[in-house]
Ligand binder design. Structure first.
Ligand SMILES: O=P(O)(O)OC[C@H]1O[C@](O)(CO)[C@@H](O)[C@@H]1O
Ligand SMILES: [Mn+2]
Length: 451
């Protein structure tokens, strides 16, 4: 990973930071990030307890000692965060550590602050997940442990099964009607909308959600889709459909976001892109290590294929079972390519992509179309800055407009202090309707470039 200075923002545009006490960034660093650490500690503590019951004494003592060490380092991290201490280096042997530390060193000079609240929010929030991974990287026995899986990702998946079954049935119906172009376009519109609304179930936001209730909030049928549609505040869907329907067999990239219901909706879309002939291949970009609680790692993909198939068998849903089997087949045949790149788990905005990750950039330039999923990818596209909401998207993506040639769409539900491309007066209307419109996940954006 290249050591690359953070791209500067235009004069007068500041990055979002926790030091602005009225911001969602502030609430996130003050309240939500410490809770995420507490949950990680709790998960490890429970595992320690289970270890005592399950494994032999020798394995126990080494693993137990390491887990205790992890718990104490995570508690220290939480302490430093709450007290707004200076952020510390990433200390492990991974290939990205040097880059992280180069950026930690440059914080003061680039942004005037190097503590948890004074440094850019994007930087410190990403850093927390990298520091959690550092804790496990330094052990022998816990390197591959996903601390978010047992108590968050897996229960959330189980709580979403009802929605997944409904979604799969509905989409099978939609697919069967897609014979001509018009049918294909209508079908694609639905697949994209489900992929968009799937983004509501991001577990770093839903830290206190009851996983058993996930179904209630998920758009999984045509009926709730039309209810949700009025909440798409920027909607470039028609242009996106036009572009996609004219690709005729190229490669489409999906920069994945969360595992669980969102991933299942994304995989349904990826599957449709192939089965409809729109794309020959789909490249699925996953995260290298557990990230923002629920982001998809390669392990999550495998786990999801198996878990969907198992659930389908349990409930006797042949359609869903065939779907899951087809997904495994698509990977085997090379029609779905799963890719991991260090870049997605750095704090860089996409403005840095050409210099920080030149190979990834060349690869994206071979794509016919890129779909960026979720809120964090949106923040990274627009550099997580204090843009006014009427800033044109083309301005807020800065150099990305020229450096990544493939046309793209961002599908995100709004969960942070940034949204651009709104019409004059639209922000006021939204505020009038819902003071939390920017962060509640209730509103969505289908925002494209190059279409
Ligand atoms: O999974 P997503 O949609 O990228 O959401 C991640 C988002 O989670 C949050 O922690 C929720 O507020 C934001 O900081 C971040 O943008
Ligand atoms: Mn996410």
């Amino acid at each position: 990973m290249a050591q690359d200075k953070q791209h500067p923002l235009p004069d007068g545009i500041l990055p979002l930071r926790g030091s602005v006490t009225t911001s969602f960034a502030y609430t996130t660093i003050k309240d939500r990030m410490p809770v995420i650490l507490t949950k990680a500690i709790d998960t490890l503590t429970r595992h320690l307890h289970d270890l005592h019951l399950d494994e032999g004494p020798a394995a126990q003592s080494a693993k137990t000692a390491e887990a205790k060490e992890c718990i104490s380092t995570l508690s220290k991290l939480k302490y430093e965060m709450i007290r707004d201490r200076r952020v510390t280096y990433v200390v492990d042997n991974e290939s990205d550590a040097e880059t992280w530390n180069f950026l930690v060193d440059g914080l003061k000079e680039s942004w005037g602050g190097d503590t948890w609240f004074s440094a850019p929010w994007l930087f410190v929030e990403c850093l927390m997940y990298r520091k959690i991974q550092e804790v496990f990287n330094k052990t022998e026995n816990w390197k591959n442990f996903d601390v978010f899986a047992p108590q968050q990702k897996e229960p959330a998946f189980n709580g979403s099964v009802k929605s997944m079954i409904e979604l799969s049935k509905h989409l099978a119906n939609v697919e069967s009607k897609m014979l001509e172009r018009e049918g294909r376009s209508l079908a694609l519109r639905e697949f994209i909308q489900f992929s968009l609304w799937g983004n509501q179930t991001d577990l770093s936001l839903l830290i206190n959600v009851n996983h058993a209730d996930m179904h209630k909030s998920q758009a999984s049928s045509a009926q709730n889709l039309s209810e949700f549609e009025k909440n798409i505040i920027v909607n470039d869907m028609d242009a996106v459909l036009e572009k996609l329907l004219n690709i005729d067999g190229g490669r489409i990239d999906i920069v994945l976001d969360n595992a669980g219901f969102e991933l299942v909706a994304d995989l349904c879309l990826a599957d449709f892109l192939i089965s409809s002939g729109i794309a020959k291949t789909v490249m699925l970009h996953a995260k290298k290590f557990p990230w923002f609680v629920s982001d998809t790692t390669p392990r999550d993909l495998e786990w999801t294929f198996a878990a969907v198939e198992k659930k389908a068998v349990e409930v006797g849903d042949e359609g869903l079972k065939a779907r899951a089997a087809r997904w495994t087949g698509l990977v085997k045949e090379g029609k779905w390519i799963v890719k991991v790149d260090d870049f997605w788990t750095t704090p860089y905005s996409f403005w840095n992509l050409p210099t920080a990750a030149p190979e990834l950039r060349s690869s994206l330039n071979e794509s016919s179309f890129v779909i960026y999923k979720g809120d964090l990818n949106y923040r990274k596209l627009v550099y997580d800055a204090e843009w006014s909401t009427t800033t044109p998207f083309a301005t807020a993506i800065g150099p990305v407009a020229e450096t990544i040639k493939a046309p793209f769409v961002a599908l995100r539900t709004c969960k942070s202090d940034v949204a651009v491309g709104l019409k004059e007066g639209q922000e006021g209307d939204l505020k009038g309707r819902d003071s939390d419109w920017m962060v509640s996940g209730k509103y969505g954006m289908v925002q494209s470039f190059g279409c």
